[in-house]
Design a protein around this ligand. Sequence first.
Ligand SMILES: [Zn+2]
Length: 492
Amino acid sequence: MEPTKHVPHLVQPLDRRAFLGISLGSAAGLAAATAFSPAIARARQPVGAMPEKPGRTAHNVIFMVADGMSFGTLSLAEIASRAQHATGTNWVALWGREGAKRSVMRTASADSLVTDSSAGSSAWGGGVHINNDAVNFAPDGRLPVPILVHAAQNGKATGLVTTTRVTHATPAGFVANCPTRNSEDEIARQILDRRVDVVLGGGSKYFPDSLLATRPDLRVLRTRAAFDAEMNGMGDPASGPLLGVFQPSHCLYECERNEIDPSLSDMALMALRRLSSGKNGFVLQIEGGRVDHAAHANDAGTMVGEQLAFDRALGTVLQWMQNRDDTLLIVTTDHGNANPGLTLYGPETYKGIERLCSVRHSFEWIFEQLGMKLQYDDVTGRNKLSEEDRVGSVVREATGIQLVPDEIAAFVGSLKGKRPQLFEPMSRSSSILGSCLANHYGVGFISPNHTADFVEVTAIGPGSERIAPFIDNIDLHEVMLGALDLRPARAI
Ligand SMILES: [Zn+2]
């Protein structure tokens, strides 16, 4: 590919030690240290020493993300796959492969034990802990060089494939620098300016003609037919960089896709074919981005469908990797979400999974049919009972916590047989629906939010030996740099 050009002047190379040194040493750094002391505390207490040995080098790196995947989601996908097809998932099967490496990863960001996706992806992409909502943009204004930019400086081809908008947080973390993930116009501009070779997913609304006019060399695909034509070799394979955006916003959920969009697996295969046609190797991120959305909605059936679609993309990648020993594959998630789990007993559990595998529509669709937008802030069911001082004081005496009147009323109601939602976030209407369906699926959720749970990392291929049994998310940045043996990033 062409070397990276037109990258904003504000990008500066930054390594992890330099970043922390500056944060602690300067006057500005002192202010920043106050602002994000949790990150500094973590930096002083490394979780797991990464092996010092040099390790093998890789021609290519494929980084796969099932966004917002609690371990319970992976478990449910495995159970559902066995129930439906009598075979398990590609992910779990990978654990048994010779040379496969497994690790457990913590996911906290600079300002929160519970990360969001932009800070999570930036930790991998830029190697620095930043605050939630930012994209490779440290609290003191410094900007780590994202791995796709760094790889391109070394002549590698680069790619982003996702089921979300391609300007969304997880793809952005590998290529962009932005104070907020919400600046998707700016992220779209950076994706084009930084000359990512293959970009496939949703989000066409962020690529207006005026922006595309700045990149006349870019081949743009907008429909399934155009995608298929390209895949079938009707397009010119040497025609340069490729942008495929198939929905104005996110791609449709797998249960509603109906061949309207290309699948994640199809998009992954196209990216692999295009990127591997060069001789310098590539770095590719592939994201199953809507596992996260369905988990936020506590929509168990849709969530498992998204996870299984991600797993099919993993199968495609593993097939492409067959008989190759030049590619490092990392499969993981940026954080847990809602921590789902199958939690009823007995023969009904089988019935519940069967029901889970049969969903035809998402909660998003249900809310649309009801003339409502699925939002996470429409609190319902708040009973207004009078305060009961005796109950409040007993709880306070036992726990030191003063319950608010609504909580006391809900607790008293539960003693009388009512079924209130005691954990406030679970009062959202999507969570109420998820809780109702939990009686039929047997799958419950703890919240509609991300969680701080440690997460699964599976890797195979050259460089995977650098991964320790327990790691921090920023360690995977070093793993990729080490495997690719890149020259240090330079200012652009
Ligand atoms: Zn999320």
